[in-house]
Design a protein around this ligand. Structure first.
Ligand code: AMP
Length: 397
């Protein structure tokens, strides 16, 4: 069966077509600026040249039509007809408390995705738009929702409850959910394979460090804690998000800077984090370059970033009462050699010892721990699309 994986943002459609007989990728691509002038599609058929198509498209339905056209195109397509697509897997950011697993999409599932608009206003509406566009174009096959929040649903209440009046949870489901679940799921399972131990017996700390960043503590095959919370704003320092701060700062800056609720939301999500601290960029590479050239704020941003990660490692190892491995993944985790070294420095008390020579690696699955490190340190490139495709295949076949 061939499975199409779709990830719809407010103005983008990311896709990958996989052949599930051998889990090979046949094509992938990104349609950007959907609904805004300058729509552009970058289509990468495996074994053929990349194709770039510029064509303004008004909405996700027209966008998906173009994606399907390129997939069956006689020259740069990879399948003969749309009928070869057996199922579609959709990345959905928020499934609330309703979904701990992936599900075949029906009206009830769509209603839950809609009910989560309030708590995921940037992500769930475009996710649902993508689902409806695909269902309209491919009505006779199964569509599956794979939720970013699902893997974290095993968290115990002592870790997902905030110390707020209980009625907020009862009335509005204000609690910690966690995100990047598909990525934490993939890399933690790979880590158990590399450890050669049953997944249910491993104590694993996963570090998904990309532009958005989160960590998870996994024990007995279950997530017991994760750093993102009610929204993806909580936890680590990110490209443009502040992560953990004193909530009183919110009212303080609203007053001082005369910001509305949506403005302060934008401030903490888009103007803070590494960008806000360094004043240089949200991209770690630019910040490292500036720091090397003597920019003190850039250096400070790097120091704050890795110190926050270290504090979460300590927190999680204390909760796990031990640790078999740390797993670094996503843009910074897979490629940030210096960042990995700084994060793991002076953690030998916890049994964590990185080998600086082995650590000189980018984007490859490898153990970078010193031979005498008690805790293994894996770099594992994430593959969220593969998890989505596998779940979709299992539910559709
Ligand atoms: P992601 O969100 O997983 O795509 O990660 C993107 C981020 O990874 C970028 O914003 C960079 O900060 C970081 N990144 C990518 N390549 C490198 C690299 N070679 N060294 C350090 N950081 C990198």
């Amino acid at each position: 069966m061939k499975v199409l994986v779709v990830n719809c943002g407010s103005s983008s459609i990311k896709y990958q077509l996989l052949d599930m007989t051998d889990e090979s990728v046949l094509a992938k691509g990104l349609l950007d600026r959907v609904g805004i002038p300058g729509t552009v599609l970058k289509h990468e058929p495996v074994g053929k040249d990349e194709v770039v198509i510029k064509k303004d498209l008004p909405d996700h339905t027209e966008g998906m039509k173009l994606v399907l056209e390129v997939l069956v195109h006689p020259e740069y397509g990879v399948i003969k007809s749309m009928d070869e697509i057996g199922a579609v897997g959709h990345r959905v950011v928020h499934g609330g408390e309703a979904f701990a697993y992936s599900v075949v999409i029906d009206d009830r599932v769509k209603q839950v995705i809609r009910e989560c608009f309030d708590i995921a206003p940037l992500h769930n509406p475009p996710n649902l738009m993508g689902i409806e566009a695909c269902q309209a174009l491919m009505p006779n096959i199964k569509h599956v929702a794979v939720f970013d929040t699902a893997f974290h649903q095993t968290m115990p209440a002592k870790n997902y409850m905030y110390a707020l009046p209980y009625e907020l949870y009862e009335k509005y489901k204000v609690r910690r959910y966690g995100f990047h679940g598909t990525s934490h799921f993939y890399v933690s399972h790979r880590a158990a394979d590399l450890l050669g131990k049953p997944y249910e017996q491993c104590k694993i700390v996963t570090l998904h460090l990309g532009n958005g960043a989160s960590m998870a503590a996994i024990m007995d095959g279950k997530v017991i804690d994760t750093s993102m919370g009610f929204t993806p704003l909580e936890g680590l320092v990110m490209g443009t998000r502040c992560g953990d701060i004193d909530p009183a700062i919110v009212f303080f800056i609203m007053e001082k800077l005369n910001l509305s609720t949506s403005e302060v939301n934008n401030y903490l999500n888009k103007k803070s984090g590494m960008l806000g601290l360094s004043g240089v960029s949200n991209d770690l590479r630019d910040i490292q370059e500036a720091a090397a050239a003597g920019n003190e704020k850039a250096q400070l941003a790097l120091d704050v970033y890795y110190t926050r990660v270290k504090s979460y490692i300590g927190n999680y190892i204390a909760q796990l009462n031990g640790c078999d491995c740390l797993v670094f993944t996503a843009g910074v985790g897979e490629n940030g050699i210096d960042m990995r070294e700084n994060i793991c420095k002076n953690l030998d008390y916890l049994g964590i010892k990185l080998d600086p020579e082995k650590n000189k690696v980018r984007g490859k699955e490898v153990d970078v721990a010193a031979d005498d490190s008690k805790v293994r340190i894996f770099v594992i490139p994430t593959n969220e699309e593969l998890v989505i495709a596998r779940d979709t295949y299992q539910l559709a076949k």
